[in-house]
Design a protein around this ligand. Sequence first.
Ligand code: MCN
Length: 768
Amino acid sequence: MRVSILGTRVIRTEDPRFLTSGGVYTDDVADEQLAGACHVHFVRSAVAHARISSVDVSAALEAPGVVAVFTGADLADLPVAPPPMPGMINAQMGQPLLAADVIRYVGEPLAVVVTENRYQGEDAADLVDVDYEVLPAVVDMAGAAASQTVLFPAVGSNVAATFGDAAALAADLFDGCEVVVSRTIVNQRVAPAPMETRAAAAAWDAGGKLTAWIPNQGAQGTRAALAGMLGMDRAALRVITPDVGGAFGAKFGADPEHAVVCWVARRLGRPARWAESRNENLIGMTHGRAQRQTITIGGSRDGKVAAYRLEIVQDCGAYPKFGAFLPALTILMAPGPYALPRAEAVATSVVTNTTPVGAYRGAGRPEATAAVERAIDLFAAEVGLDPAEVRRLNLLPRFTEPHTTAFGAVYDSGDYATALDKALLAAGYEDLRREQAKRRADGDVVQLGIGLSCYVEITGPGAEEGGPRENATVEVRPDGSATILTGTSPHGQGHVTVWAMLASDELGIPVDKITVKWGDTDLIPEGGGTGGSRSLQQGGAAVQQASRELLGLARQRAADELEANPADLVFDTGSSSFSVAGDPDAAIPLARLAEHERLLVRSVFTAPGPTFPFGAHVAVAEVDTETGKAVLRRVVTVDDAGTVINPLLAEGQRHGGIAQGAAQALLEEVVYDADGNPLTASFADYPFVSATEVPSFELADMETPTSYNPLGAKGIGEAGTIGSTPAVQNAIIDAVAHLGVRHIDMPASPQRVWAALRSAGTQENQHA
Ligand code: MCN
């Protein structure tokens, strides 16, 4: 018997290839597979809202290397892309693949130039002459619902969806509260900005079958979305996922551009390819967050919260995509880890003349945590108690049986106060408060802030009837190797390593002899992909389940070979072989059982429901009170994702998540001017986080297993992002709280912090 490999720091088996020969991304797909491919270049709108009077492509057609130019009118045979959430989001607000009549955001694709070489497309696109009849633009989500300017006149308003009944909010929710604080805050729009931008390559065979290479988070979901946009049968479409250079929620499904590339390849009868520039990515790929939240919190002077209300306006951008649905997740998680006696939340999703909003790491849950964590701090400041104390007073007590919240979420297991205590201990909270008091007393120019955040989030939510599920196929080969097919779709998370660990632990086959395959719909037609931090708890659990079932099949075969009773056989993972109990000489290796007939099992793991990881973050920031510059000094976190299978990978996920979350609090923001022109369309203007803006993170351990899968694992992929943003924001505000500042919207740019200091103590900062 050997000891289990689970829970150990196995180094990523993916990395030698990435570090030596390099990955093969969509743009690297070999020319042999795409012989004679043409290049697609999108012509994008330069204005935010306009009627298209005419598109003159004649000059572009004459340009060197131009094969064809197509406009929206050419695609009239295709269906309008349906919104992704039928029933919930206004079905009349679908995005055409290429805008033909009305432009609704800067960067909306309205034509394509197809050329022999890529560089020719850029030049020729400049020659496409678009005549716009410019319309007033709706940019600010706050006024969108009541605006006279509507993006979709047939709908009659800019409201895409509502959640809860704003008219039915309880008039007496805060009755009896000694203290009530209310504030409107902004959870600003950010750009996912993956290292690899969007791309596609498409080729049709003589039989009418399409193969599309697309960087995505799940080939099967991408195939379904593409088939819908192209109005074709899924069976005639094969999606292949090359290496993916980051996705962060924004590469789920498919975008209109992907479908247009496939359409061009069919129309021209030759393969087509597309890779977008960074500028196109920053205005064309869906953005994240983009909520305006009004938080109201009330309770007694002893720090007990009695009531909480969250009112959300969600900016969907020009077309309602997943962004329109984000408030549903925000509302589900609105009370966070707290026992709030009375709570209500409502939301309105509105369209504006900006880039569509979609999922971005955390997708709806960071917004919930940010709201309630700011509310708790505002309340603590008002009653004059330590924010750690107010949190401790209001956290749900530890529970091991599922707990149903007022919003219908069923938290599987939780121990929130312990997470907070561990984080405070690891941070040295009392010492930090002492240092802060000293700096305040001394009137130092650089003040210290300590920010807290407690969170619980949802991972692995799935709409499938019977529970969220995933499939895995495990095959053992006669040479002692094994292959795993998975419906998940790693793009940085390390599934190759962990799925191999899970199979190795059952089958006794070394990790380096196990191959993991994903992302080819011909090979793996079903799968839920990777998102919502679902992969380990569902896809990993499926690998373990399939491995166990494979052992069951093998046991039967071994019993036949050894002429023994299956029940008398023992499997030794150390030697990967069966032997007869009490007769070690009568043994047969697992691999030998694959010699005459394939030894293969496909299994579907179904979970009873999603899981609810939780944790607590402590951030320490310094703020220069003369310049407004905020510097993040420390981030200490407890992120409990149940049983951890590979601490190295789980910690890597926490690091990446914390950095992205801190970046939202510190620097990142997509900005538009009043006419809807994007002002952050390059990395010169969009401040992308780098190692220089964040300290080395301090991670404390905590594992509260879930009973929802045999691994005991919850998700970790988004936790860092969810916990860190409010902790960092709270730290910056805390640094200047004694000067009368109660709130600073994100990101905490020097300008914004400085302005808050200037207006500190005034009516404006106290009760905006
Ligand atoms: N893990 C573990 N023990 C646990 C939980 C997870 O060892 N208890 C390991 C898993 O085996 C896996 C990794 O941690 O190797 C993440 O697992 P999981 O939490 O199941 O999340 P997913 O694999 O489903 O990843 C999705 C999540 C999401 S939703 C976004 S967005 C995100 C993220 O992962 N985007 C990423 N991390 C990213 N990392 C990179 N590099 N790039 C992205 O685009």
